[in-house]
Design a binder for this molecule. Structure first.
Ligand SMILES: [Fe+2]
Length: 196
C-alpha cells in the first residue's frame, strides 16, 4: 500500500517527533479522505471486531503505517509495543487508556498495572504518541455506537518481539512475537482472544 506512504510525505526513517506532523497532514489530505476512507466506512458496517485495513511498511522495518477500522464496542487488549508509536483518529472517536507498571519487572510473566489516564481522541484532538515497552502500555477502543477509523505510525522495533500483552486481572504479561495480521503490527490484541 505504497500510496499511503506517498500521501503521507514522510522522511525515510521517521522519528516519533516527525510522526506527529506526518499523521496530522495525512488525516487532512483530500486524496486520503476521498479515496481511502469512504470504502472503509462502508465495510465497517459488516465488521464484528477491529481490523487493519491498510498496512504500508518499508523493507528495513523503519516504519509501519496502518489504517485501523473500529466497529462499535471494539477494543484491544492492554498491550505495549517494542517500537514507538503514534495514532490519530480520522472518523468518529476512540478512547485510550494508558497504564504504568508498579512491579520491578524481574518476575517472568508477572506485571502489576495501574491506570494512569483515560481520554477520548477525535480528529481535532491531534496525535497520541507512545514510547516503546513500559513507556506506552495502553488499550485503544471504540466505546461509541458509531464506527471509527484511525491511522497509526510505528517506528523500528527495539527488540526481538513485537510487544507484550497484559492481563491485569491476574497480573500477567507475555511476549507477543508476531502480529497476527489484524494488528498494527502489533498493536493491539483483541479483547476476545488473539493479540493485536
Ligand atoms: Fe498499541
Amino acid at each position: 500500500m505504497s500510496g499511503l506512504h506517498k500521501l503521507s510525505e514522510f522522511p525515510p526513517d521517521p522519528t516519533l517527533q516527525e510522526a506527529i506532523p506526518v499523521l496530522t497532514r495525512l488525516v487532512r489530505e483530500p486524496t486520503f479522505l476521498d479515496s481511502y476512507i469512504p470504502p472503509l466506512v462502508q465495510r465497517a458496517e459488516q465488521a464484528e471486531d477491529w481490523y487493519v485495513a491498510h498496512c504500508d511498511e518499508d523493507e528495513d522495518g523503519s516504519y509501519s503505517l496502518q489504517v485501523f477500522v473500529w466497529p462499535p464496542d471494539s477494543k484491544t487488549q492492554i498491550h505495549d509495543h517494542s517500537s514507538w508509536g503514534a495514532f490519530c483518529c480520522v472518523v468518529g472517536s476512540l478512547s485510550e487508556e494508558r497504564y504504568e507498571r508498579l512491579d520491578h519487572g524481574r518476575r517472568p510473566d508477572h506485571a502489576r498495572l495501574r491506570m494512569l489516564w483515560r481520554r477520548v481522541w477525535r480528529r481535532e484532538d491531534g496525535v497520541s504518541t507512545l514510547l516503546p515497552r513500559e513507556g506506552g502500555i495502553h488499550r485503544v477502543g471504540n466505546p461509541t455506537g458509531s464506527k471509527a477509523i484511525s491511522v497509526h505510525l510505528y517506528g523500528p522495533r527495539t527488540g526481538d518481539v513485537d510487544g507484550r500483552d497484559y492481563d491485569p486481572s491476574r497480573d500477567y504479561v507475555c511476549d507477543r512475537r508476531e502480529s497476527d495480521g489484524r494488528t498494527d503490527r502489533s498493536p493491539f490484541a483483541r479483547t476476545n482472544g488473539g493479540g493485536t
